[in-house]
Design a protein around this ligand. Sequence first.
Ligand code: HXC
Ligand code: NAP
Length: 292
Amino acid sequence: MNYTKPMLKEGSLDGQVIVVTGGGSGLGKAMTKYFLELGAKVVISSRNMEKLEKAKIELEEQTGGTVLPVQCDIRHYNEVEAMLKATIDTFGKVDGLLNNAAGNFISPTERLSANAFDTIIDIVLKGTKNCTLAFGKHWISTKQEKATVLNIVTTYAWTGSAYVVPSATAKAGVLAMTRSLAVEWAKYKIRFNAIAPGPFPTKGAWDRLLPGDLKEKFDMKKKVPVGRVGEHQELANLAAYLISDFSAYVNGEVITIDGGEWLKGAGQMNMLSDIPEGMWDMLTQMIKSKKK
Ligand code: HXC
Ligand code: NAP
């Protein structure tokens, strides 16, 4: 199938320097790999340096590209400033920021400690704010010709969701930041967009959202109208497009890539998809007979 194949032409990100937070695992790593294949140099950052070093070796071997791993807890502004400095010291510039790092786990909200709630808000909302503010100030003060910020949110950023309330609250904030700054910082040639992925299996997300036998109990495929979960390459294709100059006229947009999952949950009569084809004749008859 074509959706598992790389989409953009070779060299589409030649000369670009892109920072990917949480780039050492899961979706961040998949997007990093594709950026490298397209010619970008990529800084991957997270808290775990050992993981980042391993990812660097693996990604450079696979792609022949250049990866700079930088330890950075995005909850701390001084660490984010140090990550930015390491990027500029190594590559001389930065063109794109992919705010991908996140923290999340399922829990009834009343069971959360204040610190548990803060932890998620601090990683997702404050972390994204820290990176956005530090990089934005840099681009504005250096009068950079153009720059792009891409934020990874979720579809429950606008619907909300039970049992992941800190994450939903924080992602909603990130979405508001995306749309606000798309307008405010357009005059500085900084573009903002977001991607809202549906279920894309990763160890980080699945271990925390579907622990134990919940994976079997709640088969995510069944929630998705197209009948499957996402492939990492199809997310990487969208991310590469949005971080590249091909999307220069796309600004302030959130693109959902979920096979129709959130709409299936939203539409009032969507449960009728469960009705077997053969039953529709009888149902139509019953409805029409009411007219008489
Ligand atoms: C209740 C919990 C908890 C749990 C931690 N806490 N796990 N409370 N239920 N399952 C509480 C702790 O008791 C503590 O509060 C506070 O949260 C902080 O916990 P720490 O372990 O000290 O935090 P830290 O080491 O900073 O780790 C952060 C983390 C962890 C979020 C808790 O899971 C992590 O490192 N996650 C990073 C990766 C990740 O989450 N990936 C998934 C992204 S998936 P007290 O009061 O005891 O001090 C995603 C998908 C979205 O976002 C949509 C999918 C469809
Ligand atoms: P993941 O592998 O757990 O990714 C989270 C990344 O964030 C990790 O690399 C982690 O690295 C990093 N991170 C966490 N806390 C950090 C901190 N304080 N500072 C810096 N880095 C930190 O999970 P994923 O599924 O790939 O998620 C990636 C993104 O996609 C997230 O924004 C998530 O909300 C979003 N998303 C995922 C799905 C899905 O189905 N997978 C669906 C919707 C949205 P360290 O632990 O080394 O710090």
